[in-house]
Design a protein around this ligand. Structure first.
Ligand code: ZN
Length: 202
């Protein structure tokens, strides 16, 4: 499966000069929502991810996604794996399990995001699951930004990866484009201005 082509065909791999939520700049931006607006594509990607996860033999009771970004990918993956789906959301800045969702003691939970960059949001949601007694057995994303080692890829874990090293991480592709600190950004040096994704219709 050519995930990069799927992103490009959906205009979800944007090229320009972007200011990321981390404050860093990049020439590229991934907008997974554009890929997932077609439910057929969402289903196709989630089923491919589920094949990988099933092949690993990992036992999963529940998929949990951090809202908002992970909701569609998480729901699609839970559907493909035929397991329960819950989500965590921020309440006054803290990832929280609400909506009456229950997590049983030792329930095996797979964290899912659309894209894992450092895995920060997934792990914040994971702490909320663990606080209720759940066990995080793995992480999954449609795409990996290249900071964390995933199954079936040669990419090594970078120091800023927040996923635990003792759980498997599944993704369909690596998107390892460069990020720059603003004062070291070659695009800024060329005189263009970084825009925040989402601010100009993207
Ligand atoms: Zn820049």
């Amino acid at each position: 499966m050519d995930v990069k082509k799927i992103y490009m065909d959906a205009d979800a791999l944007l090229e320009g000069h972007f200011k990321l939520s981390s404050g860093n700049h990049s020439q590229f931006y991934l907008q997974s929502a554009k890929v997932l607006e077609d439910p057929k594509t969402a289903k196709l990607l989630a089923e491919a991810l589920a094949v990988q996860i099933r092949a690993s033999g990992l036992e999963i009771d529940t998929v949990c996604a951090p809202a908002l970004g992970g909701l569609i990918a998480g729901f699609a993956l839970a559907t493909a794996l035929d397991v329960r789906f819950i989500f965590a959301e921020r309440v006054e800045g803290v990832m929280t399990i609400r909506r009456g969702f229950e997590v049983k003691k030792d329930e095996k939970v797979l964290m899912c995001e659309d894209i894992i960059t450092t895995g920060g949001s997934a792990m914040e949601a994971a702490f909320a699951v663990e606080a209720l007694g759940g066990i995080i057995v793995g992480a999954a994303a449609l795409a990996n930004r290249g900071f964390c080692k995933r199954e079936n890829s040669d990419i090594e874990t970078k120091p800023n990866c927040k996923l635990p090293l003792d759980i498997p991480f599944f993704a369909l592709a690596d998107f390892t484009f460069e990020m720059y600190a603003p004062d070291a950004c070659p695009l800024c040096k060329d005189g263009s201005e970084a825009i925040k994704p989402g601010s100009r219709g993207n």
